[in-house]
Ligand binder design. Structure first.
Ligand SMILES: [Ca+2]
Length: 522
């Protein structure tokens, strides 16, 4: 009887392992993979590994070579706190109720188990540093030890520090706090179109190139801290989950001069579509109020020479951030932990660098919601591959959990994309969903759906979602820049009807079916 039980247990384990879906959950905890979770602020997918050879991102490209690049990864709302709250809770903005920069997800979800918390509860040592949650909206339950960020200068040059100090109480930490918290909250909730405005031209310059070491600024200091933390973690008995948040290429584009020197400004190409999308509602894209908060940026359209400087700064900031990523990868390798560590890197949303005569994020257009996502898993089959499958940032929580052999909490609203790591071309989600609020017309929410071929956005009354204010439709096959809204073209009436029906099904209707998962899984 005892032997029979052992045989049954052995057979059960073999079937479980043969399914290839997850690590045996009975495996000793120390055998589980570590996770290096790198969050990058405002990083659009314009990198060497995304085929943009002119960008110097050799270290992120290393992750791509040992992992997979997601060409069509979508954030759920293109601004810091909503996208990060969504990703970290594994739920969508309408569940977190975080659509602005001042609301904490614990207000609506007091007991939700976050990604880090889930790993912690399953025996991991979970530590976070740098920008993971937005600004001061940390969540202590996520971490095994308190989250931390080293203090650093925002600008290296004194004249820039002075310019920047005008509107803020001492803000050398890069997390400037408005003088009045109350005023900030009122400002943010009354204008959900963007970040709390600190005033036109009130901040320091939008860019700086000073000849200073990497650790002058926050990302350099965070990388140094992460390197020493990796050393400590590699000596622990339990596996680690280290979350490292880098704040460049977020504005201001401040990077040491050596990274600016990697680019020839004369060769920097400006956006080819410096105009609004035709036949789109006026509120669909904002011109970029966040950028106008910086000193010397005009309220009107950005002239080409300034646009070129800004792009130069964005690229330099990418290369500076990328060098910090390299320090983490080098240390992981030096410690011999690379063989047992999942590395994931994500940019919290996309960005406009002059496309549609606009800057920054804060919309539902492809430039803003399509973001950077790479993952490298020890032993994965599809090394160095790209996938065009539609994935969403809410999928990251279940994916990492499954890769580590952890159970999936019932509250999750995404789908593990682990099967794509084995077969990047397999059938997958039929749509990805993003949203953005607007204050216009009594308060609107744009719910946007990206299918294989189309972007379809429906702007509805926030108080009554059945009231439609406007519809946008872009054919990504013929118009990947989204320059022409074709929703009102009578020739597309049937297509709009069909997409509207799919849109009404929402994310629940776009999931890869259980049948697909089982029959094509390898
Ligand atoms: Ca951001």
């Amino acid at each position: 009887m005892k032997i029979n039980n052992q045989i049954i247990a052995l057979l059960a384990t073999m079937v479980f392992l043969a399914s290839g879906l997850t690590i045996n959950s009975a495996e000793p905890i120390k055998q589980r993979p570590n996770v290096l979770f790198i969050a990058v602020d405002d990083l659009r997918p314009e990198l060497g590994c995304y085929g943009k050879d002119y960008i110097k991102s050799p270290n992120i490209d290393r992750i791509a070579k040992s992992g997979m690049v997601f060409n069509r990864a979508y954030c759920q709302q293109a601004v810091c706190s909503p996208t990060r709250s969504s990703l970290m809770t594994g739920t969508r903005p309408d569940t977190t109720k975080v659509w602005d920069l001042v609301t904490h997800f614990r207000d609506a979800l007091p007991n939700v188990v976050t990604l880090g918390q889930h790993f912690k509860q399953n025996g991991y040592f979970v530590q976070g540093m740098g920008k993971i949650y937005h600004g001061s909206l940390d969540d202590t339950a996520t971490w095994s030890v308190p989250w931390q960020t080293p203090k650093a200068m925002k600008y290296a040059l004194l004249e820039n520090q002075k310019l920047d100090a005008r509107q803020f109480e001492g803000e050398p930490d890069g997390y400037a706090k408005p003088k009045s918290k109350k005023k900030s909250k009122k400002s943010a909730t009354s204008t959900p179109d963007g970040p709390p405005s600190t005033g036109f031209n009130s901040r320091g310059p939008a860019f700086e190139a000073a000849d200073v070491p990497d650790n002058t600024f926050q990302d350099g200091k965070v990388a140094d801290l992460a390197v020493s933390t990796l050393q400590e973690m590699s000596n622990k008995k339990e596996p680690f989950f280290l979350a490292v948040g880098l704040i460049k290429p977020h504005l201001p584009f401040v990077a040491p001069k050596k990274y600016w020197n990697l680019y020839d400004p004369a060769k920097i190409q400006l956006a080819p579509n410096k105009f609004r999308p035709k036949d789109a509602p006026d509120y669909s894209i904002l011109s970029g109020g966040e950028l106008r908060n910086y000193h010397g940026i005009p309220a009107e359209s950005i002239p080409d020479d300034l646009a070129r400087q800004l792009k130069h700064g964005y690229y330099a900031s990418i290369s500076y951030m990328d060098a910090q990523v390299g320090k983490l990868l080098d240390e992981l390798q030096r410690l011999g932990q690379d063989k047992n560590t999942i590395v994931i890197l994500w940019g919290d949303h996309g960005w406009k660098l002059g496309e549609h005569d606009a800057w920054c994020k804060h919309s539902t257009v492809e430039n803003d919601v399509n973001s950077t996502l790479l993952i490298s898993v020890p032993g994965m089959k599809a090394l160095g591959k790209h996938t065009d499958a539609l994935v969403e940032f809410v999928d990251i929580y279940p994916t990492l959990s499954e890769l580590a052999g952890l159970p999936l909490p019932g509250h999750l609203e995404g789908t593990s994309f682990k099967p794509l790591l084995e077969d990047p071309k397999r059938p997958w989600k039929t749509a990805a969903f993003s949203q953005y609020p607007r204050s216009q017309n009594g308060g609107l929410m744009g719910y946007s759906m990206r299918t294989e071929r189309y972007r379809f956005t429906v702007w509805v009354d926030r108080k009554d979602n059945s009231k439609v204010d406007a519809v946008e439709l872009y054919d990504q096959q013929t118009d990947p820049q989204e320059n022409q809204n074709i929703a009102k073209d009578p020739a597309n009436a049937e297509l709009v009807k069909k997409l509207m029906a799919q849109w009404k099904q929402g994310w629940q209707g776009a999931k890869p079916s259980a049948v697909t998962l089982l029959t094509t899984g390898k």
